[in-house]
Design a binder for this molecule. Structure first.
Ligand code: ADP
Ligand code: MG
Length: 349
């Protein structure tokens, strides 16, 4: 199968992508509605795709690359890989409060994968299931032989001036996170043989690792409410550090709440001896691969945050507070504080 046949068979769709889903999306919540497929003037097949953002909207653009052996194990389920490749990119749009418009896919494939039709079909299946759920069509890309590597670029739109940025946190703001933290790292450790997990715990955690839910709906409803936002890809401590640096502030995280952010632990019987609260806290705060949103909002908007989260059907937890003095701290109920290194996972660190 040549390059063009491969694109034609697995990545170019007829009828043009989002169209079929538009009727469905229109009935979904505001959250899941993709932008009007009419924004895509021209998709796959020419030298460039053409997008037409709506008047008054800014384009939000983000690229994320997934490399075999680095971001996923060679044994990964191809459908899960397709899902995750797009999910991590949509997560960036979510963190800016942007609505997904379209994406491109640059794909390097080893020859044996390019011949494996079942593998390609599963990859495309996982990719397009999530793309359709967000009304976000594939409009172009590049395909080459090479070590397995997926590089996606997503395009979104956000009303001019309303993007959720990293530099807007203010002292006194409440610090929130969506969903759970640490589950992906918990699963990764089990798959790597660092520890053993009961099957039900592993299954729940593995879902977070392999099929993260991009919090697009939440990002949209937080516009005008959140003062800053980021998506948690490298662990909360490190990613929150980016907000603190950009905003020129510090933060304090509630020790007790942080210890209970791993959903797989709270919903299943937990081997407490193996994972004490200190360990659970470390997984939750530095684990990475969560793809949740961390965001700040003034305390006066506390109820607005809860109402927005409910509208987006996304659980949120107030996990701490922004402070004027720099630094990141953990604080217990007794007020006792300990410093927390605001360090993110660094590929070259
Ligand atoms: P060019 O040589 O102009 O870069 P290509 O021959 O690489 O064009 O690609 C032909 C068309 O197929 C282009 O519209 C391109 O965007 C699209 N395309 C190539 N690879 C992919 C892919 N993996 N997914 C989606 N579209 C692709
Ligand atoms: Mg090309």
């Amino acid at each position: 199968m040549g390059e063009f046949e491969l694109i034609e068979r697995f990545f170019k769709r007829n009828p043009p992508p989002a169209q079929a889903q538009r009727a469905q999306a229109a009935t979904d919540s505001e959250a899941n509605q993709g932008a009007d497929a009419g924004r895509v003037v021209l998709g796959i097949g020419d030298d460039c795709a053409l997008l037409q953002p709506a008047p008054g909207q800014q384009l939000a653009i983000s690229t994320d690359m997934l490399v075999e052996g680095r971001h996923f194990l060679p044994s990964v389920d191809p459908a899960a890989l397709g899902h995750k490749a797009l999910a991590v990119n949509l997560s960036d749009l979510a963190a800016m409060g942007a609505r997904p418009l379209a994406f491109t896919l640059a794909l390097a494939l080893p020859p044996e994968r390019a011949r494996d039709e079942a593998w390609l079909a599963a990859l495309a299946g996982g990719l397009f299931a999530l793309a359709d759920a967000h009304g976000c069509p594939l409009v172009g890309g590049d395909t080459t032989a090479g070590p397995l590597n997926l590089c996606l670029t997503v395009f979104g739109e956000v009303p001019a001036g309303q993007a959720l940025r990293r530099d807007g946190a203010r002292p006194g703001d409440e610090l929130w996170v969506s969903g759970s933290l640490g589950d992906a790292r918990l699963a990764l450790g089990a798959l790597r043989g660092e520890w053993a997990l009961p099957p039900a715990v592993l299954a729940a955690a593995r879902q977070q690792l392999e099929r993260p839910t991009p919090r697009v709906a939440l990002g949209l409803v937080l516009r005008g409410i959140a003062s800053s936002a980021i998506d948690v890809s490298d662990g909360l401590a490190g990613d929150l550090g980016h907000i603190l640096k950009a905003s020129g502030t510090g933060a304090v995280i509630d020790t007790e709440i942080a210890s209970n952010m791993i959903a797989a632990c709270t919903h299943h019987t937990w081997p407490e001896s193996q994972f004490d609260s200190e360990t659970r806290r470390r997984l939750a705060l530095t684990g990475g691969d969560d793809y949740e949103l961390a965001f700040t909002a003034p305390p006066a908007r506390h109820q607005a945050v809860l109402a927005a989260a409910q509208a987006a059907q996304t659980p949120v937890t107030r996990i701490g507070r922004i402070e004027a003095s720099p630094g990141l701290w953990l604080a217990g109920a007794d007020g006792q504080r300990s410093p927390l290194a605001a360090r993110a996972f660094d590929h070259f660190g």
